[in-house]
Design a binder for this molecule. Structure first.
Ligand SMILES: Nc1ncnc2c1ncn2[C@@H]1O[C@H](COP(=O)(O)OP(=O)(O)OP(=O)(O)O)[C@@H](O)[C@H]1O
Ligand SMILES: [Mg+2]
Length: 323
C-alpha cells in the first residue's frame, strides 16, 4: 500500500466573485521515503493541494470530491476531531516564512516543547529532552534550545521550524516554499537537510516550489501543476530528459543558462487562465505553441507516455519527440 494516494481531488474556493477551482482533479501517490516535487506558477493550486492533504483549508475552501488515502484511511471523510488527532502526527507542514512564526519573547526550545505537549501527555523536561534530540536531527547544537529567536539566523530558525514539524514523528512532511526567504547557500543546506531526513526517517516528502531547477537533486519525482491540474508527472529524469508537456518544456527553458550569453530567464508569455472563467479545452491552450483546434475544445486526459510518466496533452508524443 502506498503511503499516500491522492485520487481525483477537487478543492474549490467559494467566494463572492464565484467559485475558484483551485485544485481540479489532481492524482498522485507517494511511497515511504519518497520525495515528490510539486511545481508550477503562482496561483496554480500548490498550497491548496498541501492544505487539503493536511486538512488545514481556510473556511472558504472545501473539498468537493476525491480521496486522500493516508495508509488507506481517507482523510477527506474524517471528522474535525479525528483530523486534529492526526494532524502533525501524520502530516506536518513547514511553510514559507514559518520561521517568522516563532514567538520573539520565548526560548525556541520552550516553544517546541510546548507544541509537543499539546499533542502528547508528557512532562516539560521530557519534551525539552526530545527537543534537544530534534535539534541534533536538524544539525543544530542541542544547547541552542535555550536561545531566543533573535539569536538565530534565518536558516537556523527554519531548521527549528523543521524540528517542530518533526516533533510528532510525522509520516509525511510538506515543505511549502520552505526556503524561498533564504539566501541561495542556506537554501541548499535546508533542502539537503530535508532530503537527508526523509531518507533517514523513511518519511514521505512533498516539496512545493515555483522553481523547477531546485527539484532535480532533492526529489525522486516531479508533478507539474497548471491551473489546478497536474499536467505532467514522472520521475525526475523523465521530466527533464523526456519532457512530455509543452508547459514543462517552457518551465525548463526558463532556467538561466550561464553557458549562453543571455543569463536572464526567458519567462513564459501570456497569463495563466482566469480560474473563475475556465475556457473549454486545455487550460494551457492560449499560451501553447503546439495548440490545435482539438486543444481548444477538448480537455486532454492524462495518458501514460512512459513507465509511471503521465502527460495531459493532446500532442504529448510530439513534445516527447522534441517539438
Ligand atoms: N482563501 C482563498 N479564497 C479564495 N480563493 C483562494 C483562497 N486561497 C487561494 N485561492 C485561490 O486558489 C488558487 C490557488 O491558490 P494557491 O495558493 O493554492 O496557489 P499556489 O500555487 O500555492 O500559488 P503561490 O505560488 O503564489 O503560493 C488561486 O487562484 C487563488 O486565488
Ligand atoms: Mg502557495
Amino acid at each position: 500500500m502506498a503511503l499516500l494516494e491522492v485520487k481525483h481531488l477537487k478543492t474549490y474556493f467559494d467566494t463572492l466573485k464565484g467559485q475558484y477551482k483551485a485544485v481540479d482533479d489532481v492524482n498522485f501517490d507517494l511511497e515511504y521515503g519518497e520525495a515528490l516535487g510539486l511545481v508550477g506558477e503562482s496561483g496554480c493550486g500548490k498550497t491548496t493541494c498541501a492544505l487539503s492533504i493536511a486538512r488545514l483549508l481556510p473556511k472558504e475552501g472545501k473539498i468537493y470530491g476525491g480521496k486522500i488515502l493516508l495508509e488507506g484511511t481517507d482523510m477527506v471523510q474524517l471528522s474535525d476531531d479525528q483530523i486534529r488527532e492526526k494532524r502533525w502526527k501524520d502530516v506536518s507542514i513547514v511553510f514559507q516564512g514559518a520561521m517568522n512564526a516563532l514567538n520573539p519573547v520565548m526560548k525556541v526550545g520552550d516553544q517546541i516543547a510546548e507544541a509537543i505537549m499539546l499533542h502528547e501527555k508528557i512532562k516539560k523536561e521530557d519534551a525539552l529532552r526530545r527537543t534537544e534530540r530534534l535539534f541534533e536531527l536538524v544539525e543544530m547544537p542541542a544547547d541552542r534550545i535555550r536561545n531566543y529567536p533573535h539569536e538565530f539566523s534565518g536558516g537556523m530558525k527554519q531548521r527549528a521550524m523543521i524540528a517542530m514539524a518533526l516533533a510528532c514523528n510525522p509520516k509525511i512532511i510538506i515543505g511549502d516554499e520552505p526556503t524561498t526567504a533564504l539566501d541561495v547557500m542556506v537554501q541548499a543546506q535546508i533542502l539537503n537537510l530535508l532530503e537527508k531526513l526523509r531518507r533517514e526517517l523513511n518519511m514521505g516528502l512533498i516539496l512545493i516550489t515555483h522553481d523547477l531547477s531546485i527539484l532535480g537533486e532533492t526529489c525522486d519525482k516531479i508533478a507539474v501543476m497548471y491551473a489546478g491540474k497536474i499536467v505532467e508527472i514522472g520521475m525526475v529524469e523523465d521530466i527533464f530528459e523526456r519532457t512530455a508537456h509543452p508547459y514543462t518544456k517552457r518551465l525548463i527553458s526558463c532556467f538561466p543558462n550561464i553557458s549562453k550569453d543571455k543569463v536572464i530567464p526567458a519567462g513564459i508569455e501570456g497569463i495563466p487562465q482566469n480560474m473563475l472563467e475556465p475556457q473549454p479545452g486545455c487550460s494551457f491552450y492560449p499560451r501553447c505553441h503546439l495548440a490545435t483546434d482539438l486543444c481548444k475544445t477538448e480537455v486532454p486526459t492524462s495518458i501514460e507516455v512512459g513507465k509511471k510518466h503521465f502527460s495531459a496533452c493532446h500532442r504529448a508524443s510530439e513534445v516527447l519527440n522534441g517539438r
